[in-house]
Design a protein around this ligand. Structure first.
Ligand SMILES: [Zn+2]
Length: 319
């Protein structure tokens, strides 16, 4: 692995296949992939800011010796496609139609945040205070990394000019490169209303997008939980060995199992609390998760709170 940029490190998984793993404090926030098909280059996701994507583009061009032919946007969350704008107009950008629709509906909010930074600035100030009040060194590190990522995001706002996909597909595309075949699957509802992943069968590698959060808590706030769990389980029965998640380090089948186990465990605990008549606030203070999930929770109390609140609402809607 080498540190290709302050925003990501780079690992070559097979000849011409690279995972760009976001650094904790950089402007990428999410992971990406660079795939040399032999005569064309494909980039899977473009990170959270144009600044990080400029480095991704430069590295991809240097590694493959050519411009990028294709970009895939795995889903509509902006931390996976705000870098689209730095790639040349000739680069084709793929997503599903549902993802494109959600991206379009996000544009207003993106433009609003460009004209009004005050919420963002006050969030950063709140966490700067929290940083000063926190004694525990690992908590301090988590907070300072988060503040650093937000500052990259804030700095990116003036130059943001979100570029949408210009090619949509419904089920599957197969790229037949000179050196390898890459299969892009629209997997339906999971982490979001529509997620895609890219499989390289000969290399046993999957770019899993945000269907994968490894060694950290998945963000479940816009998911279809049943669909997501099923997708993970179906992949655990596959022959694929190497998984590049949207968030967290590179992983394997056991990371898929752990991710699934986090969801099942949290779901069970919140269901118990809900059915036992607890308020969401009670649940937040009383629910604790076993190892290793308790360490994941310690690394992001905000994510834990969001997930518990989402599940409470989920059970409430079904009563
Ligand atoms: Zn996401």
């Amino acid at each position: 692995m080498n540190t290709a940029s302050e925003h990501f490190s780079l690992t070559e998984l097979a000849e011409g296949v690279f995972a760009a793993i976001a650094t904790e404090a950089g402007g990428a926030f999410s992971n990406a992939g660079i795939i040399d098909l032999g005569d064309q280059t494909l980039v899977f996701d473009t990170m959270n800011t144009p600044l990080a994507a400029k480095d991704l583009k430069q590295v991809a061009e240097e590694l493959t010796g050519r411009h990028i032919s294709y970009i895939v946007n795995s889903h509509w969350h902006s931390d996976h496609w705000m870098g689209n704008q730095v790639f040349p107009k000739s680069t084709m950008i793929f997503s599903t139609p549902e993802t494109l629709e959600f991206m379009i509906s996000e544009l207003d909010e993106i433009h609003q945040s460009q004209s009004n930074h005050s919420n963002f600035r006050s969030l950063i100030e709140t966490y700067e205070k929290l940083y000063n009040e926190t004694k525990d060194e690992s908590h301090k590190k988590n907070i300072s990394d988060m503040i650093s990522r937000w500052k990259f995001e804030l700095d990116a706002l003036p130059e943001l000019n979100p570029r949408l996909p210009n090619m949509t597909f419904d089920s599957k595309i197969t790229f037949h490169g000179k050196n390898r075949v890459a299969e892009l699957f629209a997997s339906g509802k999971g982490h979001t209303i529509s997620d895609v992943f890219l499989a390289l069968p000969e290399d046993q590698i999957v770019f899993w997008g945000d269907l994968g959060f490894f060694q950290c808590q998945p963000f479940i706030g816009s998911c279809d939980l049943e669909g997501w769990k099923l997708k993970i389980l179906s992949m655990t029965n596959s022959l694929f060995k190497h998984f590049v998640p949207g968030h967290g380090p590179l992983g394997n089948q056991s990371d898929l199992h752990l991710e699934h186990q986090y969801m099942v465990t949290l779901e069970e605990k919140v269901r118990e609390a809900f059915q036992g008549g607890m308020t969401v606030e009670d649940a937040l203070s009383k629910i604790s998760l076993p190892e290793p999930f308790n360490q994941w929770v310690a690394a992001s109390a905000r994510r834990f709170e969001a997930n518990v609140r989402f599940l409470f609402q989920y059970f409430d809607d079904r009563m």
